[in-house]
Design a protein around this ligand. Sequence first.
Ligand SMILES: Cc1ncc(COP(=O)(O)O)c(C=O)c1O
Length: 421
Amino acid sequence: MSEPELSGQLEDLRQQYEALRGLDLSLDLTRGKPNKEQLALSDALDGILAGDYRASNGTDTRNYGGLEGLEEARELFAQVLDTPPDSTYVGGNASLSLMYAAIECALSQGLRGPSTAWGNDDPVKFLCPAPGYDRHFAICEHLGIEMITVPMLDTGPDMDRVEALAEADHSIKGIWCVPRFANPSGCVYSEDTVARIARLGNIAAPQFLVMWDNAYAVHALYEDAPPLAPLHAYCKQYGTLDSVFQFGSTSKVTFAGAGISFLSSSEDNLAALKQHLGFQTIGPDKVNQLRHVRFLKNPANLASHMAQHAALIRPRFECVLDTLERELAGLGMGSWSKPRGGYFVSFETLPGLAKRVVALAGDIGVKLTPAGATFPYGEDPNDSNIRLSPTFPSLEDLTAAMNAFVVCVKLASLQERLNRG
Ligand SMILES: Cc1ncc(COP(=O)(O)O)c(C=O)c1O
């Protein structure tokens, strides 16, 4: 295209952008939260116990105790994590708290006593596949753990890089993983990646931990969404169960703020963590655990509940992907993930334009996740990744937000092209 043609296009886009400004939009694509219709799917939790607070073994769930969680809850959620019930604990409303507790325990107390505490070494480092989940990175930053960015591929973290780093540098004590429908790319780790992650315990530092955050384990948007290979089985095969903590929660199954969390690890790790947690609480909210078991019942019922979630949010994901395809395909102005589940779409602008696109959108009332948020220390080396969260806004708002988003991407890209001459 000639320069006058490009300038003409730029003028046209500027007019579209100014027209959008005139609409006084107030839209928000930042929140990876369930929408209110999704929350309503679980309203039957309220009152489901109907005064019957007894767990199957007779425990009065209203009382103190039971740090490892109710037996029937461990049984049910072990099936979500694909782990044995006796190595699965069920906790309070946030898996993030369990992750924090596990890291804090390994760092300051040591999972096998004080001589094994990561904090005995300085520095303590963590591998952070990115783009990734900002709150994982925030835990590291808060606890003074140095983060090393590792690229995410379509198959999961770049395992050549992960293995080389973990083997060479024993101040690296762990890695963050969101193995199914990763936040934000939606990638499902390949079987080879899962097997290689299971082997890390044999090549990395002695107290190395894989933080396997399976937050979206049952969050498929389509029936044919790829399954996840069984990490536990691979770890058993390689003798590395001590090097893995697996996590999950019902935050995006029932109520995001009032669900339950679960984790699984080796017997010795669980014993250490239980002792550590014992200083923070006498036990989790077992009433809520019982409500969840009575409501979700079994894996088949959970699957049909999740299919109802998928029916509500699939049109929103399709709105995002259809708009991107219709407006941007073939223009060389960006690329995006096409997730089969989870909560996000990951968009890559041309290098150096993510902050500009986020600012352009913000100026016309479309709030996007800050550029860089998906990288350690909030710094995306290419300034190109933008996380889009389609689930929370109404379809109408989402459509308006996406129409504005693509104009911002085109405007930033074309300006850049003309600047570079
Ligand atoms: C990958 C991932 N892990 C954990 C969480 C939060 O989980 P919870 O509500 O159980 O603390 C989120 C929420 O967005 C997430 O995306």
